[in-house]
Design a protein around this ligand. Structure first.
Ligand code: NAD
Ligand code: COI
Length: 334
């Protein structure tokens, strides 16, 4: 059996080496390049593919893999919104993900973004850089005074709720499928509108689907409290950048913490020297604001997460190739 992996980074190699040693009968080869029509043929001779990228998986890439007889793809991450399931169906490809590699990694990142926003840390840092060691006017707010609206109470949202409650915040939540535990504690509101009306801080932990693209648009923002903080560690396309900028300009939105951004692939993953050189004017606009904290889709990026992403994705790919159904299965045409 042979597995070919795309997008393998240096930091993944020790975990990959561990997996290879534990599975000596399996031939593993890899490239640091992502899966594209140009790189798809590198998988020739493999039975399955393990991959990770934030850019769309192109139909042509999947067609080439299918023509090579590869019908098992395992992504090393959670979100599979960059696949078109029609392509998987047409080529008879099975897909697995890693649904739980470390919800804590992302939840911590979101909770830290909230803390940095409400304590105005970027402004304090900027003052510090200018040799200004005074208090005013950068007075902060405390978690315990905040009502935090958590949208999405799956693996990550639930850990975020625990962490926020640990800091003393009042949490309200919304999900299309309710979790029994969260329900028992009376955290759910019935509608997004209610959450928007009550929350001082909103944090997103839902997958991107065809139903919720740009759910945070002008209309949603109008329903929010004046001075709301918005944090997004889920998917960039959940928020309209233009609506966000409008809300920030008017002061309706006091600040935003964004690990993901619409059109993030225009800038993330590259070194630009300075934010002055960012080629995307909308993202540059956001990056220049002192009340906007951008992180380069690295909420997931911890040692624990990387190790689990490799272990679970390769185990899943092995299962798929052997005709087993891993509990990480996302899609199977049959
Ligand atoms: P999950 O599947 O465990 O939970 C998602 C929850 O969202 C579920 O409870 C589901 O019922 C709910 N949901 C789905 N659509 C909804 C909607 N329209 N409105 C309200 N609720 C809805 O997923 P998770 O592990 O918690 O991850 C959530 C998302 O976080 C992923 O889909 C991915 O896009 C993103 N993510 C980002 C990073 C990062 O590094 N920034 C890392 C991992 C995951
Ligand atoms: C995910 O796991 O869905 C992420 O967003 C992490 C990223 C490496 C794609």
């Amino acid at each position: 059996m042979k597995i070919f992996a795309y997008g393998i980074r240096e930091d993944e190699k020790p975990s990959l080496e561990n997996w290879k040693q534990a599975n000596p009968d399996i031939d593993v080869d890899f490239t640091n390049e992502t899966l594209t029509p140009e790189t798809a043929k590198l998988a020739t001779g493999a039975n399955g593919v393990v991959t990770l990228q934030t850019t769309p998986y192109q139909r042509e890439s999947l067609q080439i893999l299918s023509d090579l007889g590869i019908k098992s793809i395992s992504i090393r991450n959670v979100g599979y919104d960059n696949f078109d399931f029609q392509d998987l169906k047409d080529f008879g490809i099975k897909l697995s993900n890693v649904p739980v590699y470390s919800p804590n990694a992302i939840a911590e990142h979101a909770v830290l973004l909230i803390g940095r926003l409400i304590r105005r840390i970027p402004e304090v840092d900027q003052k510090f850089d200018n040799g200004d060691f005074t208090w005013a006017p950068t007075i902060g707010k405390e978690y315990r005074e905040q009502t935090v609206g958590v949208i999405g109470t799956g693996h990550i949202g639930r850990v975020a709720i625990q962490m926020l409650q640990g800091f003393g915040a009042k949490v309200i939540a919304y999900d299309v499928y309710r979790n029994k535990d969260i329900e028992k504690h009376g955290l759910y509101v019935d509608t997004l509108e209610e959450l928007y009306q009550q929350a001082d801080v909103i944090t997103l932990h839902v997958p991107l689907t065809s139903d919720n693209a740009y759910m945070i648009d002008e209309k949603a923002i109008d329903q929010m409290k004046d001075g709301v903080y918005i944090v997004n560690c889920a998917r960039g396309e959940l928020i309209s950048n233009d609506a966000l900028i409008k809300g920030l300009d008017s002061g309706k939105i006091a600040g935003a913490g964004l690990d993901v951004l619409d059109h993030e692939n225009n800038v993330f993953g590259q070194k630009w020297g300075s934010i002055n050189n960012l080629p995307d004017p909308t993202i540059k606009n956001l990056a220049e604001r002192i009340n906007v904290i951008l992180t380069p889709h690295n909420a997931f990026y911890t040692e624990t997460a990387i190790h689990n992403m490799i272990e679970i994705s390769f185990n899943s790919n092995k299962d798929l190739i052997e005709g087993k159904i891993p509990d990480t299965l996302v899609y199977s045409a049959k």
